[in-house]
Write a protein that binds this ligand. Structure first.
Ligand SMILES: C[S@@+](CC[C@H](N)C(=O)[O-])C[C@H]1O[C@@H](n2cnc3c(N)ncnc32)[C@H](O)[C@@H]1O
Length: 260
């Protein structure tokens, strides 16, 4: 697991941090890229969630405002893109009693957005290996008034979670920060819990690579497959080639299903 990176100040944990980058280039370039990102999401936002969920910039979150559009952020745009992918494959907007476990939930970005957008959500269980994240996530989900359905479980308590408690496991940019041993542990837990679906967003454009203590990287796909999961859907985060090229993000959404 990667060492804790300075999150600046706890007061600004939604700003430039280990969780979500925002300003990696000049403000002008960022502004142009975010406009392309915003347009991409706005064209697909059949449920009007950009406006409904909104972005208030709390806790240092970088926001972008353009005439004729609601204020946006990476937090909001990434979350909507992820939720629409999950809806395309698992109908998450229509389901009732939906129970999710988020591995490496960070400060609770997706816990907050999913809890606001999914009316049928009954449980959003957040787990993180870094105690500061666990603390922030608990604070943030309470601050946003989404706990419940969001809740935070300390990592050592994961083996006590009962089987058949979850419909979907979420892993957004977190296995890419884990050692192979940590991912193997998580995959054994998901198999024990009998979670039927795993949504994974790796850091790399191809393959599935761990991050070892010596900075080497090992393919962790065999760990996923030996736990009984198979890749059943894979999409580029940006389906549009031009958008992908201009924003320079080649991430993928991957959906694995537990084989019976
Ligand atoms: C890049 S952040 C992404 C946070 C969140 N998933 C999001 O997309 O907003 C990666 C997260 O993985 C967590 N993490 C790293 N190793 C982990 C492990 N072994 N088990 C669970 N979480 C871990 C980190 O603490 C961090 O919160």
């Amino acid at each position: 697991m990667q060492k804790w990176i300075d999150v600046g100040s706890f007061r600004y944990f939604r700003g430039e941090s280990m969780y979500v980058w925002h300003y990696r280039e000049s403000p002008r370039t960022s502004r142009l890229k975010y406009f392309i990102f915003l347009n991409y999401i706005a064209r697909r936002d059949a449920r009007g969630l950009l406006r409904e969920l909104g972005e208030d910039g709390a806790f240092g979150c970088w926001t972008f405002t353009y005439p004729g559009f609601p204020t946006c952020s990476r937090d909001l745009l990434d979350s909507l893109n992820e939720l629409y992918f999950l809806d395309r494959h698992l109908d998450v907007f229509s389901r009732t009693g939906l129970r999710l476990i988020d591995i490496g939930a960070g400060y609770g970005r997706l816990a907050h957005r999913a809890s606001s957008a999914l009316s049928g959500l009954s449980d959003y269980c957040c787990v993180d290996a870094v105690p500061e994240s666990t603390f922030l996530c608990e604070y943030y989900t309470q601050f946003r008034g989404v706990a419940p359905p969001a809740r935070v479980v300390p990592l050592p308590e994961v083996p006590n979670l009962p089987p058949a408690s979850f419909d979907l496991a979420i892993n957004v940019h977190s296995f890419s920060e884990c050692t192979l041993a940590a991912t193997e542990w998580w995959m054994r837990e998901l198999a024990r819990l009998h979670v039927p679906w795993l949504f994974l967003v790796p850091n790399e454009a191809a393959g599935f690579l761990s991050l070892e203590a010596d900075s080497s990287r090992i393919d962790y796909l065999p760990a996923i497959e030996s736990a009984g999961y198979r890749l059943v859907a894979e999409e580029r985060v940006f389906a549009d080639d031009a958008v992908r090229e201009l924003i320079e993000i080649n991430d993928r959404f991957c959906l694995f299903q537990l084989q019976q």
